[in-house]
Write a protein that binds this ligand. Structure first.
Ligand code: SAM
Ligand code: DTB
Ligand code: SF4
Length: 350
């Protein structure tokens, strides 16, 4: 039996039942709940769908960096902007597999291969398919993010052993035009449909902190929650600062409580999706991350670099999860040196 909870609209919603008809006023009403009520509701949904004391650990590798023809205003890898990222060629398979093996040994359960392309050329896709098969053979979940895909390309990736395809909507429909002009929201939705149709699981989310309003953040969540299927993974990135890109002119880091509220609303609107606290953790305190986990985030990227920008050190993450009693694949890695004073049981003020 599904547990029931009372949505602020007054109608009973089975907590395990994904809905695809979210209205703006419902998302806003959730967001505006007293904090304790919102978190209680998000935790209730979380507990009826997931182990609340487990977090997934994913690792990222940029297999082809920079020189991208797209103009995403937040990105260090666009060729349109003067950033300090140097363009590289597609990595060879051996290097990718060796990096994936090290990521597994460091406590990753999923390995995501990212390329700075508008879309992959078929001959590049042949090479990526080989990488995917080899990484899958290591016993890791596989994810790729290569830009726009045709249906045929999505199927080839699925045949090669790809589990997830990451392609983000990035922001609300209303704010989108402020950030990207070379690729439309409809292009993105079409790629998501190709991935879904090919039998791939979908990883799709976006970025906060680019100067958007709360309404845009909720608009993005509505866009995701009203897709025909909820993405299995929903990455919520906080913009990682990059010098030289247009977003610098508008960027504003969200109030931490606003971020927690957004995570909680994502958890309630997409009850069965894994919500990843993605880029931007380098700016977050341990306490903020802990609140995000309580609000329903249950995945992180580990490793001190994401694609071109920073992420917390893995041993800091291991210590934080340990302090919170959260299990993850990091537990299989022994030992992560825990600084004595960082552990509450060892701390005089803990
Ligand atoms: N080129 C591919 C694409 O855009 O589809 C894949 C890689 S792209 C870097 C993947 C996602 O990373 C973007 O859609 C965006 O949401 C996120 N991202 C990129 N730069 C970021 C930054 N500086 N801070 C936070 N998230 C970022
Ligand atoms: C996603 O949503 N976040 C990841 C992954 N998908 C590919 C990328 C974050 C990139 C952060 C900026 C950088 O390191 O260049
Ligand atoms: Fe290119 Fe992806 Fe960066 Fe956009 S986000 S500029 S598509 S690498």
């Amino acid at each position: 039996m599904n547990k029931m909870f009372v949505a602020p609209t007054g109608r009973d919603v089975p907590a395990n039942q994904p809905r695809h008809d979210w209205q703006r006023h419902e998302a806003q009403a959730l967001y505006d709940l007293p904090f304790a009520d919102l978190i209680f509701q998000a935790q209730s949904v979380h507990r009826s769908n997931f182990d609340p004391n487990h977090v997934e650990t994913a690792s990222l590798l940029s297999i082809k960096t920079g020189g991208c023809p797209e103009d995403c205003g937040y990105c260090s890898q666009s060729a349109k902007y003067e950033t300090n990222v140097k363009a590289t060629k597609l990595m060879d398979r051996e290097t990718v597999v060796a990096t994936a093996q090290r990521a597994k040994e460091a406590g990753a359960s999923r390995f995501c291969m990212a390329a700075a392309w508008r879309n992959p050329k078929d001959k590049d896709l042949d090479r990526v398919c080989e990488m995917v098969s080899a990484v899958k053979d290591l016993g890791l979940e596989t994810c790729a993010t290569l830009g726009m895909l045709t249906g045929d390309q999505a199927k080839r990736l699925q045949d090669a052993g790809l589990d997830f395809y990451n392609h983000n909507v990035d922001t609300s429909r209303e704010f989108y035009g402020n950030i990207i002009s070379t690729r439309t929201m409809e292009d993105r939705i079409e790629t998501l449909a190709h991935a879904r149709h090919a039998g791939l699981k979908v990883c799709c989310g976006g970025i906060v902190g680019m100067g958007e309003q709360v309404e845009d953040r909720l608009g993005m969540l509505m866009l995701l929650a009203n897709l025909p299927h909820h993405p299995e993974s929903v990455p919520i990135n906080m913009w990682n600062e990059v010098k030289g890109v247009p977003v610098n002119a508008t960027a504003e880091r969200p109030d931490p409580i606003a971020l927690v509220r957004m995570i909680a609303v994502a958890r309630i609107m997409m009850p069965q999706s894994v919500v990843r606290l993605s880029a931007g953790r380098q700016y977050m305190t341990d306490e903020l991350q802990a609140l995000c986990f309580v609000a329903g985030a249950n995945s992180i990227f580990i490793g001190d670099v994401l694609l071109t920008t920073g992420n917390p050190q893995t041993n800091r993450d291991a210590v934080l999860l340990d302090r919170l009693g959260i299990t993850s694949a990091l537990d299989d890695v022994q030992p992560y040196p825990a600084p004595e004073a960082a552990h509450p049981r060892n701390s005089a003020i803990g």
